[in-house]
Design a protein around this ligand. Structure first.
Ligand code: CP3
Length: 343
């Protein structure tokens, strides 16, 4: 088989037009997702149902023929598998039982694979059902971002609870991060063993830390996961997405060992070319609102990303997840425009 287009870029090639997939491509903007979701019961029931998780993973591939599929799951299955209570409430997002750092010793790493078994089963089914040319991505949340939800028990606007916990009790916080590093390595290694071609580490809240905290809670754990994963699967390809990291992206790329870096829509293309794209592939960075608005706003945004980053190693994506109010027809227009692009 010829090399999958997205894998070629992760392996070092520049390809034009670039491969394209979209964060949250399986989700509420698609009517077929909403239909499957309503059959599943709770959101976690959908994540732990291999048949339905496989179905929703494939829906955007059938509709748009993206170059990559991403496993349908959530970053919060790891706290769930570690024995914390996790619930998703309609219209509210995730709710967890807030974790006190004194209780980190009670997190149980020995039984995570039991709870995550249905996710591995979904991985195997998805690889079996995907077209051969489609790259299959596994993923996990980065330890820092997962910890922010575990400590606060919910999403917050600035992750104040986790930032304060890390500053007040760095040793206790380091123990939590270490558990999450170990869990993430084990989880990603199984995803690769069962059929994922590459993995993405989502660090949605990387942008709220100062440089020394970023070094300790974003760079060091990510580097440990990349190294730990490659000790098990030497050729493992990893995409890191430290959203909002801005100029610290340069250190993230230089120090973590990732093969590609996700960039949000605020990143200037000149900076990305000069500081990042000569070292790794870059993934991004269309503003998701351009897909909601469509028309000229969408076309111009697509053209700018292709002009700004298309000469180097690029995986076309949004700068963060697609939002539920996006029109599926705009997504089709986006894919068509990228695929028709000429240098
Ligand atoms: O990208 C994909 O299509 C794969 C599936 C995926 C989901 N969540 C499904 C989901 C992935 C990769 C994630 C990652 C995730 N989950 C992140 C990191 C990436 C990011 O978007 O920042 C984070 C922070 C979470 C935690 C989480 N899950 C939140 C904060 C929420 C509520 C916010 C929201 O968008 O509703 C979720 C729920 C969630 N995860 C939904 C989906 C499709 C929507 C819930 C539903 O369908 O009922």
């Amino acid at each position: 088989m010829t090399e999958r287009k997205m894998m070629a870029v992760l392996n070092g090639a520049s390809v034009f037009p670039p491969p394209i997939w979209v964060m949250r491509q399986a989700g509420r903007y698609l009517p077929e997702y909403r239909a499957t979701r309503s059959q599943a019961g709770g959101f976690l029931d959908l994540c732990y149902n291999p048949g339905l998780a496989c179905e929703v993973t494939l829906q955007p591939i059938r509709r748009y023929g993206f170059d990559a599929a991403i496993l349908f799951s959530d970053i919060l299955v790891i706290p769930d598998a570690l024995g914390r209570k996790v619930a998703f409430q309609e219209g509210e997002g995730p709710v967890l039982e807030p974790l006190d750092l004194d209780r980190v010793g009670a997190l149980d790493l020995t039984r995570i694979h039991e709870r995550l078994g249905p996710v591995y089963e979904a991985v195997e089914r998805i690889r079996g059902a995907l077209p051969p040319e489609t790259t299959f991505l596994g993923f996990c949340g980065a330890p820092w971002t997962v910890a922010t939800y575990m400590i606060a028990g919910r999403g917050t606007s600035d992750q104040g609870p986790a930032r304060k916990a890390a500053l007040r009790d760095p040793d206790g916080f380091a123990k939590l991060i270490d558990v999450l590093v170990q869990a993430s390595i084990a989880y990603l290694a199984r995803q690769i063993a069962r059929g994922a071609d590459a993995v993405q580490i989502f660090d949605t809240w990387a942008g709220v830390l100062d440089e020394s905290e970023f070094e300790r809670w974003v760079i060091a754990p990510t580097k440990a996961i990349v190294a730990g994963l490659r000790a098990i699967h030497p050729g493992a390809r990893v995409i890191g997405f430290p959203k909002g990291a801005q100029a610290l992206l340069a250190r993230y790329v230089a120090e973590t060992g990732v093969d590609a870096v996700g960039i949000d829509w605020t990143m200037p293309h000149a900076f990305v070319r000069a500081e990042l794209q000569d070292k790794v592939a870059v993934q991004g960075n269309l503003d998701p609102m351009r897909v909601v608005v469509g028309g000229r706003a969408l076309d111009e945004g697509v053209d700018r990303v292709l002009e700004g980053l298309g000469a180097g190693r690029l995986i076309f994506n949004l700068g963060h997840g697609i939002t539920p109010d996006a029109d599926p027809a705009n997504m089709a227009r986006l894919v068509e425009r990228v695929r028709a692009a000429k240098r």
